[in-house]
Write a protein that binds this ligand. Structure first.
Ligand SMILES: NC(=O)C1=CN([C@@H]2O[C@H](COP(=O)(O)OP(=O)(O)OC[C@H]3O[C@@H](n4cnc5c(N)ncnc54)[C@H](O)[C@@H]3O)[C@@H](O)[C@H]2O)C=CC1
Ligand SMILES: CC(=O)C(=O)O
Length: 311
């Protein structure tokens, strides 16, 4: 099955590389306003396929996206050190005006995966400009923050991140909400497990983990200018779930009718993903503090979408 990636800088090319290594799709088409860059990445990644999977990777134009089942949007600018994701909105909304039109002209039935920041608002922009049904325009949302949460919590407790079941919900950004109240491993609530393992998990330690999850992007960008491997793998995981009709639960962002009284907001909740995109939203159980934080996070996003003029 064909997968397109529009915007093949660090994030788009890392997603293509992760897909090639994970054996996701049979053909990956890289499209960028800089065709030389797309071509160079396609060549380089295709040289990894003999060690991984027989997927074909090549650069192309919008016409080559015809019949793509999924198109990933990773075009646009990223944050400079110290800059917030929300500061990118005007520049990246302009980029989406061009690329969405071009994608829809050739692949109107494709499912869109949005990675460009600020990803929740850009998901709204992509859905509105494309007219594609809500469950088929999926922002990567907090899939990366959830992965960071599981990684740090797993490291703290000395267990594999894959065995940690915990989510970050809300905005992919400064108002995100780590959900501690239902965090578990091996069906054991995380506080009980820490006790059983003789590990300390005091509220200060939880706060440090939450802060490090929230600020991971800032510290990585300070160190190397951008983040891309984590999100590349996250994008590949969403595409795999769609192509294989997996019905796996992932925290991703789509337009949501109502979140704790905030209407029509693009935001991450745990969602079941299969061949048709998002199949079902899940309503997590939250404690009062988490509930208030999730409502605030929804309000942060909603303030921005309300100001946007997409006419
Ligand atoms: N959702 C998430 O968790 C994450 C999102 N990001 C976001 O992903 C986006 C891309 O980041 P990077 O790959 O690091 O940036 P980059 O600058 O390396 O790549 C962006 C690419 O978009 C291309 N592009 C720009 N305008 C275009 C247009 N009109 N048509 C086609 N291609 C166009 C550029 O030529 C460039 O190759 C940023 O907005 C960044 O903030 C980054 C990391 C994580
Ligand atoms: C850049 C970004 O959004 C992240 O790494 O979380």
């Amino acid at each position: 099955m064909k997968v397109g990636i529009v915007g093949t800088g660090m994030v788009g090319s890392s997603a293509a590389y992760a897909m090639a290594l994970m054996g996701v799709g049979t053909q990956i088409v890289l499209v960028d306003q800089d065709p030389k860059l797309a071509h160079a990445h396609a060549q380089d990644i295709s040289h990894a396929t003999p060690f991984a999977s027989p997927v074909q990777v090549h650069a192309g134009d919008y016409d080559d996206l015809q019949d793509a089942k999924v198109v990933v949007l990773a075009a646009g600018v990223g944050q400079k050190p110290g800059e917030s994701r929300l500061a990118l909105l005007d520049r990246n909304a302009k980029v989406f005006r061009t690329i969405i039109k071009n994608i829809i002209a050739v692949a109107p039935d494709a499912i869109l995966i949005v990675a460009t920041n600020p990803v929740d608002v850009m998901t709204y922009v992509a859905q509105r400009l494309s007219g594609i049904p809500v469950g088929k325009v999926i922002g990567t949302g907090t899939i990366l923050d959830t992965a960071r949460f599981r990684t740090l919590l797993g490291q703290h407790l000395g267990i594999a991140a894959q065995s940690v079941h915990a989510y970050v919900l809300g905005e992919h950004g400064d108002s995100e909400v780590p959900i501690w109240s239902s965090a578990m491993a091996g069906s054991v609530p995380i506080d009980t497990l820490a006790n059983q393992m003789g590990r300390s998990l005091l509220s200060e330690e939880k706060n440090t983990i939450s802060t490090n999850v929230r600020d991971a992007a800032y510290s990585i960008i300070e160190g190397k200018g951008a983040t891309y491997y984590g999100i590349g793998a996250g994008v590949a995981r969403i595409v795999q779930a769609i192509l294989d009709d997996e019905r796996i639960v992932l925290s991703v962002s789509i337009m949501t009718d109502d979140v704790l009284g905030v209407p029509n907001v693009p935001i991450s909740l745990p969602r079941i993903i299969g061949a048709q995109g998002v199949l079902t939203d899940m309503v997590p159980e939250l404690d009062k503090i988490e509930e208030n934080a999730l409502r605030k996070s929804a309000e942060v996003i909603s303030e921005l979408t309300e100001q946007l003029n997409l006419a």
